[in-house]
Design a protein around this ligand. Structure first.
Ligand SMILES: *[C@@H]1O[C@H](CO)[C@@H](O)[C@H](O)[C@H]1NC(C)=O
Ligand SMILES: *[C@@H]1O[C@H](CO)[C@@H](O)[C@H](O)[C@H]1NC(C)=O
Ligand SMILES: *[C@@H]1O[C@H](CO)[C@@H](O)[C@H](O)[C@H]1NC(C)=O
Ligand SMILES: *[C@@H]1O[C@H](CO)[C@@H](O)[C@H](O)[C@H]1NC(C)=O
Ligand SMILES: *[C@@H]1O[C@H](CO)[C@@H](O)[C@H](O)[C@H]1NC(C)=O
Ligand SMILES: *[C@@H]1O[C@H](CO)[C@@H](O)[C@H](O)[C@H]1NC(C)=O
Ligand SMILES: *[C@@H]1O[C@H](CO)[C@@H](O)[C@H](O)[C@H]1NC(C)=O
Length: 546
């Protein structure tokens, strides 16, 4: 009974609040038939004070975003957008049609976006000084407002109802839906979550901790003085999320679910203030969570991309860094993660390659979570290194106080934490130049072996012309009598498995049909054991078929 009553009261509060925050504004009305066209020249409707504008903004890659922004700031900070997943070309048009629809069409007339109206009879549209854009009927009843369809930002006087969320954009300049969201769940819990990008589902709640849940029967209000609180109908604060020490007269404010997974409250001094203590830029008042690098995702890569690790900078912003031996997949988008810049260890038992790798020791770095596939206790660090070195699946090992964890790809949830007592041992190939297709750094001996075999085949083919002694060599291979080919080489005799492999590669190299011959890169890969050597056909099978 008590719950029902408080719920009704909170609904009443919302109903009272919404018309109040909208009708109390003076606004420049846009009547039926008004439209804006995306073009390089400014194309927008400003609010009466000029603080906010609704219209088209050109974003980095040349497309246009239908958006609302702070219009007096040089940055033109965007607070809402309609088509982040689907930028439009110049010449696209947003129109309040004569029959009362509000639609965005591309230049060929395809509908890209439209306002989902709560009823019919739209008479006008208005950009309000709160930053809210609304569509209303003749009697000024509200039919649609941007405050009810937030993207990643909330402004003072905006409230969040149950089930609504702020979804982070993909990156600073990419307004597609990204990897994090802030949600007021239907069960009244307020959470930060990772998203199953590119789907809308959520993966892991990473704030608050389960021990200290945040929620209330009352709505979440970002009030006119810039406090974000769960507030009762009589004005008592149930829970304080963030508050602003300055006043609304002096500061612009916004809270945003940012692309790096942090929910931040920003203020910007209004130009008339000429404040000395605040820089003329957005300053962050509070961040939730305090250290984004600390959460461990069950699914997904964690705060940074796969194979990278998260380090909290002095500016309290997360940095996504690559371990030694790795580089960013996309230097323009460091949250995409890192790739190794060397060939992986061969899993060919004949060529275990343990001697071709070493470990880079990275103190304070951990890759917690479910990607450790083996765990050992009571061993020293050398034992841990040897165990990972001899295992081609082992990408890195974590060693801490006699405990050893083997990690497989992709590494996830990587983080640097100066209080962490363990260390990461990243496995790196000693000589990664074999990545170059020239093959210049093949081990000399191996290279000369292959050249010898190829040369001897070639010589035989030349001397005897019709391509018979080569068949003799091929027959040795086919009949598994390879020792006849290396009769004087005692060392080769001790490793006939390797000789067989090289002979197979050589036979591929002297195929009559050039299209069957492998590239040098492939030869290198076959020798390294990265690529299987398949059974070669007889070198003159092509000739004999003629
Ligand atoms: C906007 O239109 C509505 C409905 O016609 C009217 O009540 C309101 O006064 C208009 N506002 C302005 C600023 O013209
Ligand atoms: C934004 O990022 C997504 C994911 O990488 C990509 O598919 C999309 O094309 C990007 N949008 C722009 C405008 O660059
Ligand atoms: C809301 O749901 C989440 C799980 O989705 C749960 O962890 C949390 O305890 C629930 N909160 C309440 C108040 O029931
Ligand atoms: C906003 O909330 C703060 C903290 O609860 C309160 O001190 C302030 O009076 C509120 N302002 C308005 C305009 O309601
Ligand atoms: C305001 O409401 C809260 C919760 O309903 C209640 O605990 C508190 O006593 C009320 N305060 C006043 C001043 O009425
Ligand atoms: C709300 O919390 C902030 C810290 O996050 C604190 O500085 C502020 O005083 C609190 N405000 C109220 C009204 O409790
Ligand atoms: C591997 O190659 C990269 C890029 O060419 C280079 O920066 C790095 O130092 C190399 N690593 C080793 C171990 O040679």
């Amino acid at each position: 009974m008590a719950l029902q009553l408080s719920y009704l009261l909170s609904l009443l509060f919302l109903i009272l609040l919404l018309p109040y925050s909208t009708t109390a504004q003076t606004s420049s009305n846009q009547s039926l038939g008004s439209s804006l066209t995306a073009q390089e020249k400014d194309s927008y409707w400003a609010s009466p004070s000029g603080d906010f504008a609704f219209g088209f903004q050109q974003t980095g890659k040349g497309g246009y975003l239908l958006a609302i922004w702070f219009n007096k700031l040089p940055e033109k900070t965007i607070v809402w957008s309609a088509n982040g997943d689907n930028l439009v070309l110049g010449g696209s048009k947003v129109e309040l049609t004569k029959d009362g629809k509000f639609v965005l069409n591309d230049p060929t007339g395809n509908e890209i976006w439209k306002a989902d109206l709560a009823g019919s009879g739209v008479a006008y549209a208005a950009m309000l000084d709160t930053g809210n854009f609304m569509l209303a009927s003749q009697d000024s009843s509200l039919l649609w407002q941007s405050f009810d369809h937030p993207t990643d930002t909330m402004l003072p006087s905006q409230t969040m109802s149950l089930g609504s969320k702020l979804v982070a954009r993909y990156s600073e300049m990419n307004y597609s839906k990204g990897r994090f969201q802030f949600q007021l769940k239907m069960n009244k819990s307020l959470v930060l979550q990772t998203r199953a990008y590119p789907m809308d589902d959520s993966y892991t709640d990473y704030w608050p901790t389960p021990e200290e849940p945040v929620g209330s029967d009352f709505p979440l209000v970002f009030n006119q003085s810039g406090s974000i609180t769960f507030t009762t109908t009589n004005g008592s604060i149930v829970k304080n999320i963030s508050s602003n020490p300055g006043s609304m007269q002096d500061f612009y404010q916004r809270v945003i679910m940012e692309y790096d997974g942090v929910f931040r409250h920003y203020v910007y001094p209004k130009s008339s203030l000429k404040s000395r203590s605040w820089p003329m830029t957005w300053s962050s008042l509070s961040t939730v969570p305090s250290n984004i690098c600390n959460f461990v995702a069950i699914h997904g890569s964690g705060p940074c991309g796969y194979n990278s690790y998260c380090s909290l900078g002095d500016d309290q912003r997360p940095k996504c860094l690559c371990p030694d031996g790795y580089t960013y997949i996309d230097p323009e988008d460091v949250m995409k993660g890192c790739r190794q810049n060397f060939l992986s260890q061969s899993c060919d038992e004949a060529l275990p390659e343990s001697d071709l790798f070493y470990f880079k020791s990275m103190p304070y770095i951990d890759w917690p979570g479910r990607y450790d596939y083996e765990y050992f206790q009571g061993q020293n660090e050398d034992w841990c290194r040897t165990a990972c070195l001899g295992d081609c699946f082992c990408a890195a090992a974590i060693y801490r106080n006699g405990k050893c964890w083997k990690k497989k790809f992709p590494l996830s949830n990587g983080r640097m934490d100066s209080s962490y007592e363990g260390k990461s041992l990243i496995k790196i190939r000693k000589d990664n130049s074999t990545l170059k297709p020239s093959g210049a750094d093949l081990k000399k001996k191996d290279q000369s072996t292959v050249i010898l075999i190829v040369k001897s085949f070639e010589a035989e083919a030349k001397d005897e012309d019709q391509m018979i002694l080569a068949d003799w060599a091929y027959d040795c291979y086919k009949d598994e009598k390879l020792e006849l080919l290396v009769e004087n080489d005692e060392e080769a005799k001790t490793d006939m498995k390797r000789v067989k492999k090289y002979v197979m590669i050589a036979i591929w190299c002297i195929q009559e049909d050039p299209s069957l011959r492998p590239t040098m890169k492939k030869v290198v890969q076959m020798m390294e054991g990265v690529v299987e050597v398949s059974v070669p056909p007889g070198p003159s099978s092509f000739m004999s078929s003629m």
